[in-house]
Design a binder for this molecule. Sequence first.
Ligand SMILES: [Zn+2]
Length: 235
Amino acid sequence: MIPIERVELDGVMKRRLEAKSALLRARRAGTAEARQSWRSARTIRRGLAEKLTGMAPGLSRCMYCGDGEGTDIDHFRPIASDPFGTFLWTNHLLACSHCNSNMKRDKYPCDASGSCLLVDPCRDDPHEHMELNFATGIYFPLTAKGASTIEVFGLGRPVLVVGRAKAFVRCKAMLSHWLVLTGAGDDSGAEEVYESLRLQPFADVLYAMVRRRDAPGAPVAFGREAVAALRAIRW
Ligand SMILES: [Zn+2]
């Protein structure tokens, strides 16, 4: 998971969403009616999916696991908990079907004061709540929110853990290679490597490396060339 910047919707889409929300409120709609309204709003869903795809990491990757293709619009606060939030733009995130249908589903854990215990990548920096062990690919929680997020989204599932560890190896190699090409004045070659680096799945691994590039152990963990390359990345 990496921080995601939510884009503004155009006026037409905003008005469509507001009209749908107003209707649900006027009808005091429950979960079933809100779900039916969402399912039947094909044009709206298509427009939202397009916006979310543009915001997603890499090549339309899931905003939670960063690995699977983002195919579903997830209601961060589930329709079952808040039917009136069905058409709320700030409640929509792009997820893969596994994260959406097998892991998160209708879960929305809160603490005793009612604050949500899930990281919303459009509001929080996930890496303030969990820390990646690069060599193993395992996330460790830094906060209660981080612990709950790892559990609810299944961020410790084996395919993700192994995938992150392998992505770390790839990132180190590609960063070093990028530095060599840049030093040799091969701008197009360097650009190609950089683009591949930014579009690969598990964007969270590169993001975590950028965040920790100035940490004391970084030259040993990442390699000096990779650290030099990481310093040139603006995120
Ligand atoms: Zn996912």
